[in-house]
Structures are given as structure tokens and as C-alpha cells.
Design a binder for this molecule. Structure first.
Ligand code: AMP
Length: 187
């Protein structure tokens, strides 16, 4: 069963690759960014709160995000098919909370795929993507937040011996193939 976290800077290709693996192997793709953007579109209380952070490139508070993930991971499809987490965890506190949740569920992580992409490439991709929070100023902020708060998770998972680093520049198909190999999928 696939139980994996995709780690990497904004623009590293987590969403693209998670989507591909999710479709091909029928595993729930859980993207906190997608969940938050849906809440913003629907104008819910969560959406209003999240938007104020997302517009600035800041992280939504840990308690809020952890609550969302806790609820999502408790659903039937996850129990049956596993999960691909994309954009979560993003802080050490989130990673520790995830460990506790997965322990309770008896579903430890199989692997953490770290998509490593050079800084200049990331900025180029984000500017080309043109999402609402992809303005140059917000991108700069998001990269700083990534380096300070999320990048330490590379060491966190490396120490647990479940981290696999994959260079995320090149042919999309080839990167997918490397991910499949890392996850022990036949392709
Ligand atoms: P993403 O689509 O993953 O780039 O996320 C877009 C924005 O949603 C981020 O810049 C954050 O403001 C917020 N967000 C997504 N996931 C998280 C998370 N795990 N923790 C805190 N904020 C998050």
C-alpha cells in the first residue's frame, strides 16, 4: 500500500507527480493547498482564514492544517488505499503530529519523496504557472518560508531512513519513473 509524503519547494513538481501516481495506482491524493483553495472558492470560514495567509505566502497555522489532515486521513478510502500527501507536512510540528496520527491509525509512512529542484528553476516555473499567489513578491516569501520552516524536514525524514531524494528537473515521465522505482512500483 502506498503511504507517501511528497516533499520539496513550491514549484518542485509535487502536485504534478502526486496526481500522476494517484491516478495510475488509484491512491488518494491529499493536497492541503487544493483543500484550502477549494475552501477559499466556497467562501467558508476556513477559506476566509486561509486566504489571509495564502495571499502573503505565509503558512496557515499548524492547528488548522493538522485538524484538516486528521479528518481526511480518518476516511475510508485512505484506510483501504493509502495516501499521497502533497504540501503537508510543512513544519516540524506538522511532521510530529502526522507521526502520531499515523501511529494511531497503524499506517506508518513507507517513504518520503524529496523532489529536489534548483532555486532558479523553481522561480521560473512559478512565474510561468501564474496562480493567484504566484506574484514575484509572494513567491520570494514562500521560498523563504520553505527554506526556514519546511526544508528542516529533509533531515527529519533522513534520520528516520525513509527519505528518497529525486532530482526534479527533466522529463516529467522520467521523474515519474524514478518515483515509481523508489516506491517499489513496477511502472
Ligand atoms: P501549495 O498549493 O501547497 O503551494 O499551498 C498554497 C498555500 O497554502 C501555501 O503557501 C500556504 O499558505 C497554504 N498551505 C498549504 N499547505 C499548508 C501546510 N501544510 N501548512 C500551512 N500552510 C499550508
Amino acid at each position: 500500500m502506498i503511504r507517501v509524503v511528497f516533499l520539496g519547494a513550491p514549484g518542485a513538481g509535487k502536485g504534478t507527480q502526486a496526481e500522476r501516481i494517484s491516478k495510475k495506482y488509484n491512491v488518494p491524493h491529499i493536497s492541503t493547498g487544493d483543500i484550502l483553495r477549494a475552501a477559499v472558492r466556497e467562501g467558508t470560514e476556513l477559506g476566509k482564514l486561509a486566504k489571509s495567509y495564502m495571499d502573503k505566502g505565509e503558512l496557515v497555522p499548524d492547528e488548522v492544517i493538522i485538524g484538516i489532515i486528521k479528518e481526511r486521513l480518518s476516511q475510508e478510502d485512505v484506510r483501504e488505499r493509502g495516501f499521497i500527501l502533497d504540501g503537508f507536512p510543512r513544519t516540524l510540528k506538522q511532521a510530529e503530529a502526522l507521526d502520531r496520527m499515523l501511529e494511531e491509525l497503524g499506517m506508518p509512512l513507507s517513504k518520503v519523496i524529496y523532489l529536489n529542484v534548483d532555486d532558479e528553476e523553481v522561480v521560473k516555473r512559478l512565474l510561468a504557472r501564474g496562480r493567484e499567489d504566484d506574484t514575484e513578491e509572494v513567491i520570494r516569501r514562500r521560498l523563504k518560508v520553505y527554506r526556514e520552516q519546511t526544508a528542516p524536514l529533509i533531515d527529519y525524514y533522513c534520520e528516520k531512513c525513509i527519505l528518497v531524494e529525486i532530482y526534479g528537473v527533466g522529463e516529467i515521465d522520467e521523474i515519474t519513473r524514478k518515483i515509481e522505482e523508489a516506491l517499489g512500483l513496477e511502472g
